[in-house]
Design a protein around this ligand. Structure first.
Ligand SMILES: [Zn+2]
Length: 206
């Protein structure tokens, strides 16, 4: 069983908040996921702080709000998981070289409309959307959904890839678009060891 602490140790290697949100569900490169770091509303808040989507003060306020209204916190958490399904569908099909379905894109549009309805435009250079004054339980989701739409509308979509060793999705920001692993320390190392062992076996046979 995952604990709330586990989500604060997760590797943030997606290069985008929405991709890191998708990566809270883990598993092999192909096939269904086999683990989920988001175990409930408290884990969602902890992830939000870990990923930089929430300040500690916001997290404390949301924790209080969720304790006051556990029913609504559960509903909000269920919505967060279904939003993650929608994001997963959109970005996993792009990573596989396909196109997201129209219903998945329509749902993402609805999530974004809801997020922006709670946002404020903060002056700066450039101006930015902020959710600092949004004191509703869905607050952790807003910047995640917005990051997804920003990635879709501004990124080179062929840079969105799936790790060859696990289910992680990332935005390949390397110069020559050669990134293949969620992280060199993890799946990259596993693959290097696998190749080394295979090469040694070949040499032993010669
Ligand atoms: Zn990986």
């Amino acid at each position: 069983m995952e604990t709330v602490e586990d989500v604060t140790r997760m590797r943030l290697v997606g290069g985008n908040l929405a991709l890191d949100f998708i990566n809270t569900r883990t598993g092999p490169a192909a096939g269904p996921p086999d683990d989920d770091l988001l175990t409930g509303y408290p884990a969602l808040i902890a992830w939000g702080v870990h990923a930089g989507a929430l300040t500690r003060a916001e997290a404390a306020r949301l924790r209080r709000l969720s304790r006051d209204d556990p029913g609504r916190a559960d509903t909000t958490f269920a919505r967060a998981l279904s939003t993650r399904d929608d994001l997963d569908e959109v970005f996993r099909s792009l990573a596989a070289g396909g196109s997201p379905t129209a219903p998945a894109l329509a749902r993402l549009r609805d999530h974004e409309a809801d997020a922006l309805a709670h946002a404020r435009l903060q002056p700066g250079n450039p101006f930015a959307w902020t959710w600092r004054e949004d004191h509703t339980l869905a607050r952790p989701l807003r910047p995640v959904v917005h990051a997804a739409v920003q990635l879709l509308t501004t990124a080179a979509l062929d840079r969105i890839k799936g790790c060859e060793g696990c289910s992680f999705i990332f935005n390949d920001e390397s110069k020559n678009r050669s990134r293949r692993w969620c992280s060199m320390d993890d799946c990259g190392t596993t693959e290097k060891i696998r190749r080394y062992v295979a090469a040694r076996r070949t040499r032993a046979r010669q």
